[in-house]
Write a protein that binds this ligand. Sequence first.
Ligand code: SAH
Length: 215
Amino acid sequence: MNIDTEAQARMQFVLALRARGVTDHAVLTAMEATPRDRFLDGVFKARAWEDVALPIGGGQTISQPSVVGLMTQALEVNKRCKVLEIGTGSGYQAAVLSHLARRVYTTERHRHLARSAEAVLRSLDRANVTVMPVDGAYGLPEQSPFDRILLTAAAEDPPAPLLAQLSVGGIMVLPVGQSDSVQTLLKVVKTEAGLDYEAMGEVRFVPLIEGMAED
Ligand code: SAH
């Protein structure tokens, strides 16, 4: 893509995000600053600025940008936040979060995805992100509590170990439901009194799977 076409594609990208309800200025700026093509391979690079989910290997997908935007917006991240992401995939969502948070930990059960995400994040100088090749279903107890937790793989219910690792005043955003059907995006807020739940619309994610992948 030449520079003009690329600039135009990026502008269209931001307009598409806005049209789908991503209106938070900091989130839009973070997404504009994150080159999605770097997280994609081969023929898919050319489609990086389209608002579509795309394959990234290992049968996994990089999420649709507007869904990344809506989830990031719901997470209400600020510069004081320590964030945990479950499901690094390409590393794109973690890169977006790194512009908004103080510190980002992201976990991935496919070691090869964790390795390539780490390499891209390093090449983009996202120094406040740590990629952990671990089963994220149990969180990262040694780094807890977290101010924000984001799952980018669908669970049947909010995993109890993750709720336990969320700080009071913290926010968790996740897709819940059966893996082969439409899921509900859920926002959970932890207060002194307990947990508040808000359903935020329908999404479709790959399932959260316990244990490390073979590769
Ligand atoms: N956030 C990613 C897209 C995530 S796709 C991006 O920006 O590209 C969901 C990812 O969750 C997949 O890579 C899958 O391997 C991973 N995953 C599923 N179950 C997991 C688990 N228990 N622990 C860690 N990662 C998991």
